[in-house]
Design a protein around this ligand. Structure first.
Ligand code: F6R
Length: 615
């Protein structure tokens, strides 16, 4: 949610910052801006515009974009509508300082009022401008240097921030700080980079430092990086080596990242299971679980915390843990969990699921669980992310950067990790027979190959999608393990095509939603072989009787549903508990093609951002 970026070194900053902004654009894309210090004429130039990074490039044409130090921002609006005035960077009153920010300053109104009383005039409606004005006020009033002013200002701030500040008269310095929003500093040869994540940095260096909460990086040109905290205690920078590759950040011939990521799933699932799932010796090795075996074996309850698609993966986790491990599970929206008074026992195991590892609500919910003494396990994709660092243990999903805003490959890998966890714990607890355990292990290892066969139907699904572009509403239905798939399928459609879609447990239809069915309503049913197959066929009859148009996801071996449905998409047979890993794939493709046919920007759908670092 908002991408921030900075560069200081011997090269021109503008091209590096623009390229980096393109990489960070998935985090927010309603406006963009850049600040550059030109040493020749001692000017601090800010250029910003509503729209995408490409609009900013257009806007800066013919303008003075020289400078070897600069900061840049791509915005997802929180305070103030997306326009060029609210875009970052923001000047301080004297225009000596420029600041970019990712996060929310919760007490901005109080701070703003007090600054207005002191004669400060505000240009924008943002919380961010308050921060840059506050820093300037403190600097002038206390006659102090910029880093002390930033320390003092941040002590007054309530909320979340990753910021970077440049000062006109100090062209050899960028100051960056963070609390609850991510910030990475890249260390190159005589140059430094800073960014919300490592994707804009990897091209130049693989040495990075992830800042911790309430740390401030003093990034001086041609000097060692210094890190201090708000109380001025010096910290030793911990260098991490990045393992990401540049190829992972490119579209690789696909028209959209989303399609690339859907097609990557056979490989990403193999990567996710590699070294963990061993059918040869019948073992599932997840070091995070092995190291904390007793916690899982003796867990009174499992609480899964997540948002959005990750929450849907969590629902599948609930079915898996209850079926195989016989541990009661609750799946909670992080945002709800953190603001009620949940009962948390010290022998609860909390599993936080998050692709980005930065989701603000999930981070806050984890804190609550930790305070209550629960053991917290993280399932994250982004290595070194805040959730990965703030949990007691965990497993990475290892799918590489997910850039399309709609989550696809991260979802299937989250489900795969939850499946491996459930199998591992069930075997330890002896709540699964050895025969069933080995059969599931073998079947799980074959899932990537089965996804490959589903992807071969891409053309067919694309053709099918044409039929549905007329629709204003969709219903998705599933039962058992297919219910979370229905909800996830509906989310995929609505977020990228802007068609209203709802996912329901099929049997719930009769309790209200059935009133919506008419001959215009497409109903996607996940009607695969399962313990509730016959019940599902009755639900399909009920829809047919009301003339709903049925698109059914069926198994290859299916006969009955095929007869009833208007259209079908086949998936290979598998064990019921593993079926979400297959049945979600055609739904991802269907949403993608419908959205493309409707001319939507599938990788950057309106109003959304990939990493939700504000609550
Ligand atoms: C939907 C989607 C979102 C995220 C949600 C949580 O396609 O991507 O619903 O799943 O914002 O994000 P993470 O997993 O990063 O915590």
């Amino acid at each position: 949610m908002c991408g921030i970026l900075g560069y200081i070194g011997n090269r021109e900053a503008y091209p590096i910052l623009i390229k980096g902004l393109h990489r960070l654009e998935y985090r927010g894309y309603d406006s963009a801006g850049i600040a550059l210090i030109n040493r020749e004429n001692s000017k601090l130039n800010i250029y910003k515009t509503k729209g995408r990074v490409s609009d900013l490039e257009e806007f800066t044409k013919g303008k003075d974009i020289s400078g070897t130090v600069g900061i840049a921002h791509t915005r997802w609006a929180t305070h103030g509508e997306p326009n060029h005035i609210n875009a970052h960077p923001h000047y301080s009153q004297s225009e000596n300082l420029a600041l970019i920010h990712n996060g929310i300053i919760e007490n901005y109104a109080v701070l703003k009022e007090s600054l207005i009383r002191k004669g400060y005039v505000f240009q924008s409606e943002t919380d961010t401008e308050v921060l840059v004005q506050l820093i300037e006020y403190i600097k002038t009033d206390n006659n102090t240097d910029i880093s002390t002013a930033i320390q003092l200002a941040l002590k007054q701030v309530i909320g979340a921030y990753a910021i970077a500040v440049v000062e006109k008269e100090n062209p050899d310095l960028i100051i960056a700080a963070r609390k609850s929003s991510p910030l990475v500093v890249g260390i190159g040869q005589d140059e430094f980079f800073l960014a919300s994540d490592a994707s804009p940095i990897i091209e130049y260096t693989n040495q990075v430092i992830y800042l911790n909460d309430e740390e401030i990086a003093l990034i001086h040109r041609n000097e060692q990086l210094r890190i201090i905290n708000l109380s001025n205690v010096e910290k030793t920078p911990q260098i991490t080596l990045l393992e990401m590759s540049l190829n992972e950040l490119e579209k690789g011939g696909y028209p959209h990242f989303m399609l690339k990521e859907i097609f990557e799933q056979p490989r990403t699932l193999r990567d996710c299971m590699s070294g963990r799932l061993n059918t040869g010796n019948g073992r599932v090795v997840l070091s995070g679980i092995i190291d904390h075996r007793e916690k899982f074996i003796n867990a009174r309850r499992i609480i899964i915390l997540a948002c959005g698609t990750s929450w849907h993966a969590g629902l599948i986790g609930e079915y898996l843990f209850e079926e195989f491990c016989r541990i009661p599970v609750e799946v909670e929206y992080s945002s709800e969990f953190r603001y009620r008074r949940p009962v948390i026992y010290p022998d609860d195991v909390v599993i936080a699921v998050s692709q980005s590892g930065e989701t603000a609500d999930t981070l806050a919910a984890i804190e609550l669980a930790k305070q209550a003494g629960a053991f917290v396990y993280g399932i994250c994709n982004v290595v070194g992310s805040s959730i990965a660092r703030n949990t007691d243990s965990g497993s990475y999903t290892h799918v590489g950067p997910e850039i399309g805003v709609a989550s696809t490959k991260a979802f299937t890998a989250q489900v795969a990790v939850l499946t491996m966890m459930a199998l591992n714990i069930a075997r330890e607890k002896k709540t699964i027979s050895e025969q069933q355990y080995l059969a599931l292990l073998s079947e799980l290892s074959g899932i990537p190959g089965k996804i490959e066969t589903i992807l071969q139907q891409n053309r067919y699904i694309e053709d099918l999608s044409k039929i549905f572009t007329y629709a204003h509403n969709f219903i998705y239905l599933g039962r058992g393990y297919s219910y979370p798939v229905a909800v996830e399928g509906a989310l995929k459609l609505k977020e990228i095509s802007y068609i209203h879609a709802e996912g329901y447990p099929a049997a719930e239809m009769k309790h209200g939603p059935i009133a919506l069915i008419d001959n215009e309503m497409p109903v996607v049913v996940i009607a695969i072989n399962s313990t509730t197959y016959d019940k599902m066929t009755s639900n399909i009859q009920e829809i047919k009787a009301r003339k709903g148009r049925i698109l059914a996801i069926v198994n290859k071996s299916d006969c009955k549903v095929r007869e009833m449905a208007d259209y079908t998409i086949e998936i290979p047979d598998t064990e019921e508990c593993l079926s979400p890993l297959l049945s979600i794939v055609p739904l991802q493709l269907l949403s993608y093609h419908i959205a493309v046919k409707k001319g939507r920007d599938v990788d950057m759908p309106r109003n959304l951002a990939k990493s939700v670092t504000v609550e």
